[in-house]
Design a protein around this ligand. Sequence first.
Ligand code: PMP
Ligand code: GLN
Length: 400
Amino acid sequence: MQLPQKHSAEGTTIFTVMSALAQQHSAINLSQGFPDFPVDQRLGQLLHEAVQEGFNQYAPMPGLPQLRQAISNDFSKRYGVDVNPDTEITITPGATYAIYTAFTSILQPGDEVIVLEPAYDSYIPNIETNGAKAITVPLISPSFKVDWNKVKDAISAKTKAIIVNTPHNPTGAIWTRQDWDQLAALVRNTDIIIVSDEVYEQLVFDGKEHYTVLQHAELRKRSFAIYSFGKVFNNTGWKIGYCIAPPDFTKAFRRIHQFLCFSVNTPAQYAIATYLSQPRLPDVAKMMQQKRDYFLDLLKKTPFKIYGPAAGSYFQTVSYEQISDMPDREFAEYLTKEYGVATIPISAFYLGKKDDKLIRFCFAKKEETLAKAVDRLSKLQPMVTNTHSSALLSGLTQQG
Ligand code: PMP
Ligand code: GLN
């Protein structure tokens, strides 16, 4: 039987592929983004208590009221924005689902969505599954800032939405307030909707700040903002996220959501609601920045070239151009099999599989994991002598 191909992505996601390869070769897994350290004991205890206390049946469709209220308080405290818990917040089984649901709420066959590449790998399949077309715009290498002229050129009468991501996976770049202003200027007087993937909002380093689309009064009216507890509470496997959007957008979102999963894991919502309402939570940005710095320091022992430290997220992208001229996917497999360290090839984040000889490490790991991985990588020897690439790289590091 011939079944329809709903999107153009080949095979299985790179995260599944590389994690499986890591396991097969007993490699240290710095590929898929997830912490290898335990969740805060208190959060685990709260989950246990929720189950014991009998919160085991369906939660309300939009999410547990206490959790939505806790999120609203949290956004008021951290960003100074008012979010109505009843009409603007919907709890979802993770951010991937929320992004899909946002697209499904707004897209019709023939629509176009602008995607800035490299882009998280679910965006384009989600767009295509809804019968719409992804119009890709490359970020400026090596800073991975947005080329606003290119975004302007990509806008057409068919543009329904633009998906943006800050802090950015895989490059760690973050948006400034000016970026949001540029975006606002481009979409003013259009009906273009913004899908803002902000799952790493709390992972911003070196005293910099995350600007959420919710702080931009003009853009907020036309945006779905998407978050994931997995990234801030180190529990990616719980798959709890949420979508914040204006009441009319939230209505459209829930119209789909109610028939897609209806409601989300009840005990996990109880646990997170109580945890989030504590007056003081662990400083995840500080902890992750320490890991980034520790990892970057270790990487000096390897021949990788670094663009500059990740400003946010828990990923560090590096160039191996002066080590090998293998395609990036082949190189990532080679590192896994021969050196016992799994990473993600950046071509996986491009529709056209653009290969700039970059790989991504996840540094959300115990120090001992990072040390062991870099110890293995420090044995790497350059396999190419290519003057063109070294010239290019010195340019990269200067700017990075
Ligand atoms: N967006 C980005 C940029 C991500 O890196 C991830 C990774 N998990 C997600 C969305 C999905 O988050 P979740 O695990 O909550 O589905
Ligand atoms: N967001 C994670 C990453 O970028 C992976 C999530 C997934 O496996 N789909 O590594």
